[in-house]
Design a protein around this ligand. Structure first.
Ligand code: DGJ
Length: 745
């Protein structure tokens, strides 16, 4: 719900209410001020929250406002510009190339012009970037227009509230309203100024690298700037386009957490700047380092969307808001809500050394075990026998697959399995027919050596002809056989990001144009193949971001398939992303990445934390292991709806120490929306002598009686307050899964 009232100056105050959260902004002497973002409050105009601190005379202030205390450098601003007295990091900078004030100037101060409120969630300017969607019954949108007439910058700020969720969606449309061309130098999606946090603030974010993605880190804010970003051309393994502002006392189930997630697959920055008065500015959007966007008079630029999830009951509630938002208002298509097939992928089974017969042998064992899909990974095309050639040449290697794909897929289907295939469409090998024909299709800077990574270059997706080639090449393979799944890989980042197809003054647009090009390709392929299940991948989780979830409801979480390593990765990922989006496989032991040995049972328990599958050579397993697979698949089917749609609770993070600090463990649970069942997973990472474990559960119905499948029953309040007694002598890496069902259920 969005209400508009008037403040003491007669100017509008907007109160956005959503799922127990409030967001309030106000016009004040024409400026757009941010008054509040947090748990719901009932006052419509908490003007008293404005900090009216006296400031010294050297601080500039707008000469036309009567209040002596009012300075843009101190005021909490809704979408700050630079150069007119606010010295903090700004959200927007449009440099006029011949404007009305001084050509070359970028100074601006945005003043309110008008607003409108519409039902639903309109798409600004027919924009085609991934964004949250909602029906008119589910959402309301406030659009505020503000302008600096002197410099010719007009912005339209979009705020959508989803009535049932504590979530606010924000984006900005920036218009060059001057008669001369201009260049956008920064255009963040959202800016939030926080004043009056009662405890020291911290930034919680997800860091990583290849094979170690999305580890949780909390860092205290300092005076000055703390930021996370990617300048790699993809959202990256290294930082995720997510961060949460929390207080130092915030835990999983108590305290303030305001999370910001950017629906974007390219260069991003989320920064927190703390000023001397303790107010904190959080900015989220495209990283400005190598970003320029030329706007002719009247042209607009639409930022990616930022979504803000608010919780005053800790991180868990914030995560659950993101999970539901992404599951129900971002993921799309046939597979959004469907149970995904349990698959076996041949990558760790064979790497590049396979042929039809080997794949069929795996498929046969897979069918016997109840696996539902075979995915053929890298190495099926052209002369691709290692990672040094052939990317771009998307035609079947008939030495490996005689007769092409159709006979293989038919035989796999005849075994009762679906068939899926791997692609890396955005790449080109220098050793390929495609490169021989089109060396200019590579992103590169004239006169500069091209950097190489994994023996490959990046195709120039800013070009329409390159995008058409990709769409045609992928589509022709997809229509050549009954292919029901694609793993879309992306194994290197952008360098020398320039395009021969664009003029000099547009080379600063390449990084963003690349991402728009990727969206165009994904949109066309998914629209043409609506039944296809797309799984995103980027050397594991190097582009695991909300924008990719718009096209692919699941993403390969990490190339590290070691169950113990996956605990950090999957629980970190769960901070923002729903379990249904995490692709998780049981792989071989000793693990190929770490060499660690882990039991088949534990590998299964950990992989059941998301979209479940296998990644090993089934033909090498013992009969006992094959029997275990049958049991794991039966267990997974029994709990799949719960895992995919339940409310997720982190119980113990791998970094936590338990049992008098001598042990390390991890635990999580999912609870069905009606609280009639729950699945609890507990993994001992490192045990000790005489361990005692009580696991306090969350999210249950306190009065209900839950059975554990072993003949014991417990009240929900006992399980949540006293805890489940899991004491026994565990070995390192041992795990337990308990399926609780409500007695009346
Ligand atoms: C990187 C992916 O993350 C792996 O799963 C595998 O598909 C390889 N690429 C294939 O080259």
């Amino acid at each position: 719900m969005i209400t508009v009232s008037r403040n003491s100056l007669g100017e509008p105050v907007f109160h956005l209410r959503a799922g127990g959260a409030s967001y309030i902004l106000s016009v004040f002497h024409g400026y757009l001020l941010h008054l509040y973002c947090g748990a719901a409050i009932s006052d419509d105009d908490p003007e008293w929250l404005l900090v009216r601190v006296g400031h010294d005379s050297v601080v500039p202030r707008p000469a036309s406002t009567p209040e002596g205390w009012f300075s843009l450098d101190i005021a909490p601003l809704e979408y700050p510009a630079y150069g007119t007295g606010d010295y903090r990091p700004s959200a927007v900078m449009l440099r006029s190339l011949g404007g009305s004030v001084t050509p070359g100037s970028a100074a601006a101060a945005l003043r309110y012009v008008s607003h409108e409120i519409v039902r639903g969630k309109p798409v600004p300017e027919a924009d085609r970037q991934p964004a949250v969607y909602a029906s008119p019954d589910e959402a309301d949108t406030l659009i505020v227009t503000a302008e600096d007439p002197a410099d010719g910058v007009r912005v339209r700020l979009y705020y959508t509230v989803l009535r049932a969720l504590p979530v606010f969606c924000r984006r900005a449309v920036i218009e060059n309203s001057s008669p001369a061309p201009a260049e956008l130098e920064r255009a963040y999606s959202a800016s939030l100024d926080f004043t009056g946090l009662s405890r020291p603030a911290e930034l919680l974010h997800l860091w990583g690298t290849w094979g170690r993605e999305r580890h949780i880190e909390r860092t205290p804010l300092c005076h000055g700037t703390v930021s996370v970003s990617s300048r790699r051309g993809a959202s990256s393994h290294h930082h995720n386009p997510f961060a949460a502002l929390v207080e130092d006392t915030t835990t999983e189930d108590s305290g303030l957490a305001v999370g910001v997630s950017l629906i974007y697959s390219g260069n991003f920055e989320i920064l927190c700047d703390t000023d001397p008065f303790g107010s904190i500015r959080l900015l989220a959007g495209i990283d400005p380092t190598d970003f320029r966007w030329r706007l002719e008079p009247g042209e607009t630029f639409v930022t990616p969307e930022a979504v803000i999830a608010v919780s005053d009951e800790g991180l868990g509630k914030m995560s659950r808001a993101f999970h539901r938002l992404f599951r129900e208002h971002l993921c799309r298509g046939e597979w959004r809500d469907r149970e995904r097939p349990v698959l076996v992928n041949n990558w760790e089974a064979t790497y590049f050394r396979f042929d039809s017969e080997k794949l069929l042998a795996i498929a046969k064992d897979a069918a016997d075990c109840g696996i539902e899909m075979l995915v053929m990974d890298d190495g099926w095309f052209s002369e691709r026998n290692d990672d040094r050639s052939s990317l771009g040449d998307w035609f079947v290697n008939e030495e490996k697959l005689p007769g092409g794909l159709a006979p293989l897929v038919e035989r796999v289907n005849a075994l009762g399995l679906r068939f899926g295939i791997w692609f890396e469409p955005e790449m080109i090998s220098p050793k390929s027919k495609l490169f021989e024909a089109h060396p200019d299709w590579v992103l590169s800077t004239a006169g500069r050596e091209r950097s190489i990574a994994r023996s490959q270059y990046v195709l120039d997706l800013t070009r329409a002809d390159v995008r058409d080639y990709i769409v045609d090449a992928v589509s022709s393979i997809l229509s050549s056989a009954n292919i029901e799944y694609v793993k879309w890989d992306f194994n290197r980042n952008l360098t020398e990001a320039a395009s021969v197809s664009l003029p000099a003054e547009r080379q600063g647009e390449i990084f963003h144009r690349y991402v728009l090009g990727l969206y165009d390709v994904l949109e066309r392929i998914t629209a043409a193949h609506p039944r296809l299940l797309l799984e995103g991948c980027s050397s594991g989780g190097g582009r695991y971001d909300p924008a990719m979830l718009y096209y692919s409801p699941q993403f390969w979480t990490s190339d590290d398939t070691d169950a113990m390593e996956r605990l950090d990765i999957q629980l970190g990922t769960s901070m923002v992303y729903p379990p249904s989006s995490m692709s998780c496989h049981v792989s071989a032991s000793p693990n190929h990445q770490t060499g660690r040995e882990t039991s088949f049972v534990t590998r299964g328990h950990v992989a059941m934390g998301g979209a479940f599958g296998y990644e090993l050579d089934l033909t090498k397993l013992t009969d006992a292991e094959k029997e275990l697979i049958k049991k794991q698949i039966a267990d997974y089917h029994r709990c799949c709806a719960l895992i995919n749609r339940g409310d997720f609770h982190r119980l113990i993070l791998p970094g936590d120490r338990v049992n008098g600090k001598s042990c390390r463990a991890a635990a999580w649970m999912v609870v069905s929306e009606d609280k009639s069942e729950a699945l609890v997973t507990f993994v001992v990472i490192r045990t000790s002598i005489h361990p005692v474990y009580f696991l306090r559960l969350r999210g249950l119905d306190p009065a209900a009686l839950y059975e554990d499948g072993e003949g014991r029953a417990y009240r929900g309040d006992s399980l949540m307050r006293a805890g489940l007694n899991l004491t026994k002598n565990y070995r390192d890496g041992e795990s337990v899964v308990i399926h609780l069902t409500r007695r009346d259920a």
